[in-house]
Design a binder for this molecule. Sequence first.
Ligand SMILES: Cc1ncc(COP(=O)(O)O)c(C=O)c1O
Length: 436
Amino acid sequence: MHPDSTASGDELPLIVTRPPGEHSRTFLLRQRHTAVPMGPAQSTGGIVYATATGANVIDVDGNRYVDLAAGFGAELVGHRHPTVLRALSLQSERLLHALGDVHPSDAKIALVERLAALHPEPEAQVLVAQSGSDAVSAALKTALLATGKPGVLAFAGAYHGLGYGPLAACGLRPSYRTPFAAQLNPAVIFVPYPDTRERAATAIAEAARALAGGEIGAVLIEPVLGRGGVVVPPAGFLAELERLAHDSGALFVADEIWTGLGRSGAMLASVAAGARPDLICLGKGLGGGLPLSAVIGRRSVMAAWRRENEVVETSTFAGAPLACTTALATLDVLGREKLVARSAELGASWLEELSRAFTSAAEVSVRGAGLMLGIDLGARPGAALAVVRSLLEQGFIASTGGGQREVIVLTPPLTIAEPQLRAATSAVIEAVEENC
Ligand SMILES: Cc1ncc(COP(=O)(O)O)c(C=O)c1O
């Protein structure tokens, strides 16, 4: 059974067979046979997506869910937003692929102009790539070219992707890094990611010590720690860190791949927090569901790429016209539907409501910014997996975060309908109470 793909996407869950249903289980058995198994997905009893619209996902068994994960944030404006689909369809009628940087498409040029204007300083320049990991790699290369310093200051709990550049700066799980340590940048120093003023003071002191060594060319930070468990740093921290970075001659690199484009209630969380990033990485929601990422940099910094000997950062599909077109449509939708403000307002009331619900629950705390919330279940390793599993059974898709998978991560599309959000609130409260 495949429900109508023309549905509006603002419907409540409808579970017709307990997930994972028979068809999902059969597909996953086939996957297990041939695809390399990764992470804890198998243990969560995954479902297999068949179709999705707005904030609704339909699985191959015909169950309808409300999506509180939005494809790890990539479905920022909802699945298959009509404006994005129209742009995709029109572009597919004229050009699928151009010739990279040699003969680019008109769509790529229109997009880099739009992205450059997002940087707080005028005349910024842009590199486009496909994944978040690519964007962070390009930012780290830019920092090395611009400063001549190979070191990176990164944060415990941080996640920047798994290519070799960002992996070296991955503070989330040592198990991601250690098997490959011999091939990773050894000049990475980790400091704690602060969630309170006192911890911010400690982190700043540690960062200052590391920067005093003179080898750090990039301070790489998520303005809100995403996969690390949705940790929001105290006010003033990002701006102070940025000043420290600049005083030592390092670049301040804001990884806004998850927080950016309204997810955290601001177009750019780092800028809203008073920092002046040299380089800003975007990805996830940027492509409207297609793989696209970008680094937006101060012109003087990006000038480091201009050298006598050819030094390039490119790939066959960099600036892919389809993804550039859906990115332009996504930026249009964000503006036209005022989704940045909606994320801030809806997120603030959701945070308040969930916080109120858990005030008396031992060790449970709720935090976040915009429509990027985390419910920390405290010292209960793996507890979030159990909650996410029972949410799935009630028809809500959520993900987990934190070093011990102790945080329920909620990042619905910014277009989620209010009745869907209300239903999600009740389901989340019930699932946490049942499992903790
Ligand atoms: C903050 C942040 N940076 C980078 C990445 C890597 O992006 P990708 O998975 O597209 O490589 C992620 C992915 O979750 C992320 O959350």
